[in-house]
Design a protein around this ligand. Structure first.
Ligand code: TTP
Ligand code: MN
Ligand code: MN
Ligand code: MN
Length: 382
């Protein structure tokens, strides 16, 4: 991606935040291949090269039509010789031999399997792989492995949470979360963010952002919501006398992360770092709408839910970060820093020239501060 930033009107920008990327991907055959290469490099710890393939895939996702000839890639940014070689082979043979090789590779397959468990990242996956473990059965019967609380929940609800969440389920969850939030604080509001706010029909979880108008409320609302979920259960347990806890407890797992946010903190340079807002990672029991799972003998499924509660004055920055996509957010920050001399993260935008934080009430304000055309959430699927 060493292209000049001043691009002619019709040219594709090297920055995802200067492209409109809908879910209508006309180059899936190429982007799927490039993303397998990127994922494999991530598993190997080669993050730089991985990002190069992710950027190449992202540029192709933004195109209004399918590529027809390899030569068309010449005018596109971020497509290096490695990416072009893959595209060329797909044009000629219908698939890439390197990609096929990776998909059959034992290390890749094992890493992919292990890291699909909630709470298991690339480091743990690699560790298990190098200890000779290849299956969940082997991991779970290995006496020297001590799973943490998150991983234990990850294995316990693996079947359910590896099934994609539908938009219908996301909307049902919103009602559930909204009810608890409003009960705790009637002036608070809940919005869906993450993939569903970008128009996706399915997600690996559902992300919600909570807006609290009163200062300081952002620090107390999530613990209160979690308590509310728990007390709901106890109330019903009491009312219905004894029913198995399994039938009633709607909170299957909760991990609350207290805010470490400080208004004076400058935006961080490191993209991988998680933000400092008050947040929680949950597994919630959701009632099934229609057919019950006869074999499982239950009328619910487990779903992953993330909640974040930023302070009001930084809400727009938090929303922009959590709406994603990850690559879109990464390029917004890179654009801010390299093209505008400003530091951006999920918390703030800081102008290095004037040494000031730039206030924003809406996402539109942030794009305007950066001198960028506004890109709608459904156009941020970079
Ligand atoms: P994800 O839920 O991981 O991804 P997604 O919603 O885009 O896709 P999926 O359908 O698979 O769930 O994260 C949503 C966004 O939130 C993503 O752009 C990264 C961002 N995020 C933060 O900014 N800070 C955090 O601490 C976390 C956990 C996520
Ligand atoms: Mn189209
Ligand atoms: Mn999500
Ligand atoms: Mn999430």
């Amino acid at each position: 991606c060493a292209h000049p930033s001043a691009t002619p009107e019709s040219a594709v920008s090297q920055y995802a935040c200067q492209r409109r990327t809908t879910l209508d991907n006309h180059n899936k055959i190429f982007t799927d291949a490039l993303e397998v290469l990127a994922e494999n490099l991530e598993f190997c710890g080669n993050l730089g090269q991985s990002l190069a393939f992710r950027r190449a895939a992202s540029v192709l996702k933004s195109l209004p039509a399918a590529l027809r000839h390899l030569q068309e890639t010449q005018r596109l940014p971020c497509l290096g010789e490695h990416s072009r070689a893959i595209i060329e082979e797909i044009f000629e043979c219908g698939s890439s031999s390197r990609v096929e090789e990776i998909l059959n590779d034992e290390r890749y397959r094992t890493m992919k399997l292990f890291s699909s468990v909630f709470g298991v990242g690339p480091k743990t996956s690699e560790n298990w792989f190098f200890r000779g473990l290849r299956t969940f059965e082997q991991v779970l019967s290995e006496p020297s492995i001590r799973l943490n609380r998150m991983q234990t929940a990850g294995f316990l609800f693996y079947e359910d949470i590896s099934n994609p969440v539908s938009r219908t389920e996301a909307n049902a969850l919103k009602i559930l979360v909204e009810e608890a939030v409003i009960c705790v604080n009637p002036s608070a509001t809940v919005s869906i963010t993450g993939g569903f706010s970008r128009g996706k029909e399915f997600g690996h979880d559902v992300d919600f952002i909570i807006k609290t108008p009163e200062a300081g409320q952002e620090d107390v609302i999530l613990p209160a919501v979690i308590e509310r979920f728990k007390s709901q259960v106890q109330k019903r347990l009491f009312q219905q006398k004894v029913l198995s806890e399994d039938c009633l407890n709607i909170l299957l797992y909760s991990d609350f992360q207290e805010s470490t946010f400080d208004l004076r903190q400058l935006p961080t340079h490191c993209f991988e770092a998680m933000d400092h807002f008050s947040k929680c990672f949950l597994i919630i029991k959701l009632k099934r709408e229609q057919e019950t799972d006869a074999r499982a003998g239950r009328d619910w499924r487990a779903v992953r839910v993330d909640l974040v509660a930023p302070p009001l004055e930084r809400f727009a920055y938090a929303l922009l970060g959590w709406t994603g996509s990850t690559l879109f957010g990464r390029d917004l920050r890179r654009f801010a820093r390299l093209e505008r001399g400003k530091l951006l993260d999920n918390h703030a935008l800081y102008d290095k020239a004037t040494n000031t934080f730039l206030p924003a009430n809406t996402e539109e304000d942030i794009f305007a501060h950066l001198g960028l055309e506004y890109i709608e959430p459904w156009q941020r699927n970079a």
